[in-house]
Design a protein. Structure first.
Length: 212
């Protein structure tokens, strides 16, 4: 019960991907603290991804608030003014117990489908403080996502090249909730019923991560 109460006070930071103002999205930023490697702030994402990510984030926020959690969102509309470094810094500054980045995938092969969860690769000085917890959160999220949607399980994937992970000081995961390039999955991702399933999975996984 004490663990439940402590978890209930926790803040979860939701980061719906993309939606950056184009003139900002083209700017460059270092992929991690002190790095000379630069990446653009927002390549724009898969076709149709931005509103789907935002809709799922809003539904997830409602479910988390109903469970008694506090929620911060990096953006709640389009024309976001930051990059991925800013998204991470926002979640760091909010004192989040978990950062959930919400995306949908795209492929040149329209037959590719399924859900995956990305987690930070281990890199000393960048992610060593969040690697283990992020991995644990990622495994929980992926399992809940697959169970809730019945989508193909593409697994948990470690990534060292994502700016939004390398600047994070709080456990961080990125869910690829399906492929916008797959007609069937894109149709599902735009539907209320499927968005509710995904949001339910994210809220349940966050709760399971926090009560331990
Ligand atoms: Zn994306």
């Amino acid at each position: 019960m004490l663990a439940e109460l402590a978890a209930a006070a926790a803040l979860i930071c939701l980061d719906p991907g993309h939606g950056t103002a184009p003139e900002i999205g083209r700017e460059l930023e270092p992929i991690g603290p002190g790095s000379k490697r630069l990446k653009i702030k927002d390549p724009g994402g898969a076709a149709g991804e931005e509103p789907v990510a935002l809709a799922i984030a809003r539904r997830t926020r409602a479910l988390l608030l109903a469970r008694g959690y506090r929620v911060a969102m990096t953006r709640d509309r389009t024309a976001y003014r930051g990059g991925n470094r800013e998204r991470a810094r926002f979640c760091n500054a909010s004192g989040a117990a978990l950062m959930i980045r919400i995306h949908a995938d795209g492929s040149s092969d329209s037959s590719v489908h399924g859900v995956s969860t990305l987690v930070p690769a281990l890199r000393r000085g960048w992610t060593d403080d969040i690697h283990g917890a992020s991995r644990r959160a990622g495994e929980l999220l992926q399992r809940e996502l697959v169970n809730a949607t019945g989508a193909r399980d593409l697994g948990v994937v470690e990534r060292g090249d994502l700016t939004g992970f390398n600047w994070a000081d709080v456990p961080a995961v990125l869910v690829e909730t399906g492929f916008m390039s797959n007609p069937r999955e894109a149709r599902l991702l735009r539907s209320d019923a499927y968005q509710r399933k995904v949001a339910g999975a994210l809220a349940r996984a966050a709760h399971r991560f926090l009560i331990r």
